[in-house]
Design a protein around this ligand. Sequence first.
Ligand code: PLP
Length: 400
Amino acid sequence: MTDLDTHDPLGSYRDRFVGTDSDLVYLDGNSLGRPLRATGERLRTFVEQEWGARLIRGWDESWFLLPEVVGDEIGRVCLGAAPGQTVVGDSTTVLLYKAMRAAVALRPGRTEIVVDRDNFPTDRYVADGVARECGLTLRWVDVDTSAGVTAELLAEAVGEQTALVVLSHVAYRSAWLADVPALTRIAHDAGALVLWDLSHSVGSVPTQLDAWEVDLAVGCTYKYLNGGPGAPAFVYVAERHLTGDVPLTQPVQGWMGALDPFLMGPSYAPAAGIRRMLSGTPPVVGMLALQDMLALLDEVGMDAVRAKSVGLTEHAITVAAELLPDTVLASPREAAWRGGHVTLNHPLMREATAALWRRDVIPDYRDPDGLRLGLSPLSTSYDEVERGLQAVREVLDALA
Ligand SMILES: *Cc1c(COP(=O)(O)O)cnc(C)c1O
């Protein structure tokens, strides 16, 4: 243990996660968060007392409303979103599709979707598909892969032709933290809507979606929300797009997003409010684990979580500067511009990552040459960061 752990006010929360008592160094919590110990109990109770005992009655008793109940909790604890605007549904990819289609339909006559070249692959691929399907053009923003989309770059890309801008809050490669309110204002000044992908920030960097006047957002729950592999994503739609004369509609018009699913009517009419973003039967089992993490984040508070996250990434950068002078920091040096991970470049990082995994040190590799250290704030210790970087030093020396 380093002094930093002894004096860390959030240090004791690490014990609440499964596996933190082993010597394994886990630096990939931004790809798959560790499970909470509480989750084992929740899953067992669900099988025995809810699914096993309530059976089909569970839908009426609680499951039917769970997408909205859990969505509102994500909104309250993490997003700065008032109730009624967030719902848990499909994968992030599918929600990106539904949200992009819904958004471009609100801007008829406009011809472009703006997206940056370094956005996460699925965001770029879905935007490309939506553009083709709707007869629109993609306008690419070129960015430095060690940074991200700036106000200047976005201002050059948007105009009266822009229907929608699709951006990530934290860049998956560099951890560049976008200035959401400033970029949202630039898009709005051009008359466009903005869709923010919060996959790499939700649960580590707080947002104020309502105050920042964000239109739409999506995000993952298996990263910093510790929902488990394949846990369903959430979508946020600002209240103003759900009410009024032309409320938003999305293209996958299934029965669970319909006004009255059990009427089994002849045709689809969308549900009032955020429920219209749903399509099929909600993934109830997939929503169990993330409820434990939401309760923990609520207990700790997102500002304290962010402070720990900044402490961990600062420490990683400081130690790397001493131990790994042959690597290049590919993340912003300024904490205010950095999310919850740190990327270090070196020509041997691909081979180094494979060697680290064999030693039970688990970071992630991202082209080009990037070792990505994902520092999940409540389950990662400062000591773990130091042991991880020491292992990187030894592995690079062995490969040299
Ligand atoms: C992790 C991640 C996704 C993942 O999408 P899935 O549909 O869950 O596979 C999407 N976008 C971003 C920015 C991500 O970081």
